[in-house]
Design a protein around this ligand. Structure first.
Ligand code: AMP
Length: 279
């Protein structure tokens, strides 16, 4: 695996490969890699001639300084894991590569996505995500971009960015990879104690219960029940809702519309998000 720390040399290399007709796939990450990331990397490796992964903890997308400072870093292990997959290229930039002095932050027209759920609870988060992804895609010209459904709203945001910037690439969305307990894998899980990890799987069980019980008609009680279960277990619930695929809340279900349960809740001060298709 080739490791590039410099954006310019990576871009020059990739452009040459692209001119030779090579198909390039890209998996952007913030490291502390787990099976969720690796499932995307594997898909990327299979579907492209060159599989590129990046690891960069993007300060612009953290609305909480402590969350940024405590974000897990396991770089040596990450490199070993990617090498074991025979990934072709790792882009490992520092902040000055992604945000040189000439960099000017852009405000992207994300519409309601910037104002609801993650957008509302993490002000500035999605603008930070768009700015880093835009920079990464300038340096990594790719044909296929791999994202995880675990970050459902982020997939919609990046899709909007790709349209807005008129980027000629295909987005491929990978299913959420879970622990045996059902807990969605996340780098932040590394910060939970053993009992926190056990409790955290309640998010998955609550979503499964909603999936089992949902029927046409009013949904308020179902949402309230799940929220109370989480709160009784010590979670701070930011939101738990049933929404359509555009992320708009559905209060009365007609039994036909495609629905998703979305959750953001903290345990032991660690903020976790998850989602599940309900039908
Ligand atoms: P992150 O390092 O958290 O920024 O995530 C990098 C990419 O991996 C994003 O596209 C995430 O949606 C995806 N990802 C994170 N966790 C999972 C998971 N449990 N299953 C599948 N994809 C994931």
């Amino acid at each position: 695996m080739l490791i590039f720390k410099e954006a310019e040399s990576l871009t020059t290399y990739l452009k040459k490969q692209s001119e030779q007709g090579k198909k390039i796939g890209f998996v952007p990450t913030m490291g502390a890699l787990h099976e969720g990331h690796l499932s995307l990397a594997r898909k990327c490796k299979i579907e492209n001639d060159l599989a590129v992964c990046s690891i960069f903890i993007n300060p612009l997308q953290f609305n909480n300084a402590q969350d940024f400072e405590k974000y897990p870093v396991t770089i040596e292990q990450d490199i070993r894991l990617l090498e074991a997959l025979s990934l072709d290229i790792l882009f490992l930039p520092d902040k000055s590569q992604i945000y040189p002095e000439s960099f000017e932050k852009i405000t992207y027209p994300l519409g309601h996505l910037d104002e609801i759920w993650e957008g509302q609870h993490r002000p500035g988060h999605f603008q930070g995500v768009c700015n880093v992804v835009r920079q990464l895609l300038l340096f990594v010209p790719c044909n296929n971009l791999y994202l995880g459904k675990k970050d459902y709203q982020q997939c919609m945001v990046i899709s909007k960015l790709v349209d807005f910037a008129k980027l000629n690439l295909k987005i491929s969305i990978g299913e959420t990879v879970r622990e045996k307990s059902g807990l969605a894998m996340s780098s932040r899980n590394l910060r939970l104690s053993a009992s926190g990890l056990e409790k955290a799987s309640l998010i998955f069980r609550c979503m499964c219960e909603i999936q089992e019980k949902i029927k046409p008609g009013a949904l308020g009680e179902l949402i309230q029940e799940a929220t109370s279960q989480l709160m009784n277990e010590g979670f701070e619930v930011e939101y738990l809702s049933i929404v359509n695929t555009q992320l708009l809340p559905v209060k009365d279900w007609d039994g036909k519309e495609k629905m998703v349960c979305i959750v953001a809740a903290s345990i032991e001060g660690i903020r976790l998000i998850d989602n599940m298709s309900l039908n």
